[in-house]
Design a protein around this ligand. Sequence first.
Ligand SMILES: *[C@@H]1O[C@H](CO)[C@@H](O)[C@H](O)[C@H]1NC(C)=O
Ligand SMILES: *[C@@H]1O[C@H](CO)[C@@H](O)[C@H](O)[C@H]1NC(C)=O
Ligand SMILES: *[C@@H]1O[C@H](CO)[C@@H](O)[C@H](O)[C@H]1NC(C)=O
Length: 312
Amino acid sequence: MRLTLILAIFSASLVLSQDRCDAAKTVIKCHNVTEIMALESSECQPYHIFIARGTDEKSPGRQGNVTRLICDKLGRERCGWEGLDFPAKSRFVGQKAWCESAEIGVKNGQTQLHTYAARCPESKLILLGYSQGASIVQDMLGGGGGHFWKCDQASNRALDRQVSPGSNIVAAVTFGSVARSGGQPYAVKEGREFNGTRTRTPEQVRGLNQYASQLRDYCNFGDPICARESQPQSLQNHLTYFELYSEEIVSWVVKTVRKSEYRSLLSSPYWLIGATLFFVALSWSVLYFYSSFRRSFSRGAYYLLPREEGTP
Ligand SMILES: *[C@@H]1O[C@H](CO)[C@@H](O)[C@H](O)[C@H]1NC(C)=O
Ligand SMILES: *[C@@H]1O[C@H](CO)[C@@H](O)[C@H](O)[C@H]1NC(C)=O
Ligand SMILES: *[C@@H]1O[C@H](CO)[C@@H](O)[C@H](O)[C@H]1NC(C)=O
């Protein structure tokens, strides 16, 4: 009896986890989900998501599902994604493979951002990166490069927050980053205080901090990639980000995108012109009413004054 129950629960959870294309397994299937692939686009859209996938993932990788959920909230017709063009090679296929792959990801990723933002200057850009892709997204924003496992990744410059495409970025989320510095204000979850496989240089941290209010960096305790010193470690902690946090990721991204929209509305020249006209009109009417009130008051007061003999 008890065995049947356990078996039933086991097979139910198996079915449940098989339903997800972003389950905590090494093989994932988001590229097989029609609704996710239908959102892949290079068109100019109000919201455009760049996905930097993890090592060995087939595009769009685990982040495909959360991407679809974000687009559901922002409006399916107004939102889509493109993958960063890079090999996502593993360090296990060769000593230099990981660094070469990440280097290509950073270079192509920055080029893709420049190209898209130049072509679609009104679009709001969102960046998602997992594992190797997380490292790439942080490198693209804040500058990157350095020594990893048994290779060296060439250094690259940060993207200036003040000019396009940096100024078009409204939200970025990274999960289980390879190169990462712990204890930053945008780091979340129990691995947040720990450093990654490689710690970012102070200059890279400064570069990334330009984006502090648009950025969220997920790191689980015991994730051997992003929180190397946290014990005990298990690869499982590196695979569960999307099963655990999809819903909060979606609401954070949507909230952050909306905040940037209010900010740009407030700083737009139309708002300033409108506000100025409004205050001019307001002070003019206040003055008008005040002076006509004074005029009628003094006239009324005149009739109220005790009259002296001989005055009309
Ligand atoms: C996508 O994520 C949602 C929310 O976590 C989950 O319910 C759903 O099963 C996932 N779908 C796929 C295809 O992974
Ligand atoms: C999923 O994609 C793989 C290729 O990665 C393909 O071989 C397989 O047939 C697909 N499965 C479904 C159900 O579409
Ligand atoms: C992370 O690295 C920095 C810089 O090397 C170091 O100061 C800090 O103590 C490290 N943090 C942890 C939790 O190991």
